[in-house]
Design a protein around this ligand. Structure first.
Ligand SMILES: Cc1cc2nc3c(=O)[nH]c(=O)nc-3n(C[C@H](O)[C@H](O)[C@H](O)COP(=O)(O)OP(=O)(O)OC[C@H]3O[C@@H](n4cnc5c(N)ncnc54)[C@H](O)[C@@H]3O)c2cc1C
Length: 386
């Protein structure tokens, strides 16, 4: 039988699958309705699942696994609830600049709390006036003696309500453009740091999204991650490495849409027959199945490229993210269609899937931005073929 994963990978996946089935899926609707971070559940996941340091190298005290294992775990959790997957997984994004840029000593110090489950880290790049246009950001960090003073506002920060620290991008030399951006590790209790109110969103409602405001926020100079003015490189590396995780979220949503729809179609009767016998319904199920399989292959390919340090990762992680996020919107919308009127109510899980799925086409670079990236590669590659 075709099996692309090792025994160990399957074991990690199945452990999270079982936890999701028992603990996440049953409370997904509740936390969506409450619009609330599931603090108790997340604390338990951090204690019981034993995967906090899954992708942190062993020399830093982590488990030393890679992007493939992270994708397997992320798909499983997202199948149960995308919002809860984000409440648990936001640190996977927030710690990437540290893994890329920090010295071994810095990384050890800052990731200790991640491994023990005490500290979540949020990623602070976007701003009210600069989302897709990252270089258009205006947050500054000015060096004063042995400190940096940060001023600016970060927007849409996932996990900010829960995080113990933030990786924050700011201009240290604005005149140098993207070569003048640096990245800082900023603990939550830093003077001058305020977390704003939680956004009231369409979907992923359990996952807190907040502004993070820096007003003369002081951080010690040693909290500069890696080298000064290298922040943009760390940001790009972070997004290329994390897009397979977002793609895995998309696969999880597609799979959940398919599972719910196939079950419902086998049970629901109209015109004296199960709706699963109608070809129009069958084709929606078939399309979902195609999207699950294609999306998973693209995701795992990008994850393997990430683990191998492949120089073309940016193209393939953008392809995986663009495909699976749009597929998640399509599959979850078709799931509502298969459920008919019932699908449009909160009595059934598919309307939440549909609301949750939309974010996948927006955060960590919109579908349009992924396509810009892919097109740039394609144009360069065809020029080289001449
Ligand atoms: C729930 C949520 C959680 C988030 N979490 C985080 C987080 O943890 N950390 C963080 O830093 N950010 C986070 N973000 C921010 C997210 O990455 C941005 O919202 C996203 O990059 C888009 O930026 P924007 O919202 O400013 O839209 P804009 O950049 O204003 O885009 C608006 C529209 O214009 C299109 N567009 C813009 N530029 C181009 C172009 N060059 N070519 C073609 N089309 C273009 C876009 O595709 C989009 O359709 C989050 C956002 C949300 C909503």
């Amino acid at each position: 039988m075709y099996q692309p994963f090792t025994e160990e990978q399957l074991m990690i996946r199945d452990q999270v699958r079982e936890f999701t089935r028992k603990e996440i899926t049953p409370v997904a609707h509740k936390y969506d309705e409450l619009n609330q971070h599931p603090t108790e559940l997340i604390n338990r996941m951090r204690k019981e699942l034993g995967i906090n340091g899954l992708t942190i190298p062993e020399e830093l005290g982590g488990m030393g696994f890679g992007s493939v294992e992270q994708c397997l775990v992320t798909e499983e959790m997202s199948k149960g609830c995308l919002a809860i997957a984000l409440c648990f997984g936001y640190t996977g994004l927030g710690m990437l600049p540290i893994l890329k840029g920090a010295s071994k000593e810095q990384a050890k110090k800052w990731l200790e709390g991640v491994i023990s489950g005490e500290t979540g880290i949020s990623f602070c790049l976007s701003e009210p006036g600069a989302g897709s246009d990252v270089p258009g950001m205006s947050t500054r960090a000015d060096k004063k003696g042995d400190k940096y003073i940060i001023n600016g506002t970060k927007q849409w920060i996932t996990g900010a309500g829960d995080a113990g620290a933030f990786t924050v991008f700011a201009y240290t030399e604005k005149s140098r453009g993207t070569r003048g951006v640096s990245c800082f590790y900023v603990p939550r209790n830093s003077p001058g740091l305020t977390v704003g109110k939680k956004e009231d969103k369409l979907g992923i409602r359990a996952s807190g999204t907040h502004q993070v405001i820096f007003e003369d926020c002081e951080v010690p100079a040693e909290n500069l991650i890696g080298k000064e003015n290298m922040g943009f490189v760390y940001a790009l590396h972070t997004l290329n490495a994390s897009r397979p995780y977002v793609a895995a979220m998309g696969v999880g949503v597609c799979q959940a849409a398919l599972d719910y729809s196939a079950k419902y179609a086998r049970e629901r009767e109209q015109f004296g027959a199960k709706i699963a016998t109608f070809q129009a319904v069958q084709h929606m199920l078939a399309d979902m199945s195609i999207m699950v399989e294609a999306g998973r292959e693209l995701t795992i390919r990008a994850a393997r490229m990430s683990d191998a340090g492949d120089p073309n990762l940016a193209k393939y992680s953008a392809i995986a993210k663009a495909y699976t996020s749009e597929a998640a919107v399509k599959c979850s919308t078709d799931a509502v269609q298969i459920f008919g009127g019932y699908g449009y109510t909160k009595e059934y899980p598919v309307e939440k899937l549909m609301r949750d799925s939309k974010i996948l086409t927006i955060f960590e670079g919109t579908t349009q931005i992924q396509k810009n990236e892919i097109a740039a590669y394609v144009i360069k590659e065809t020029a080289q073929k001449k």
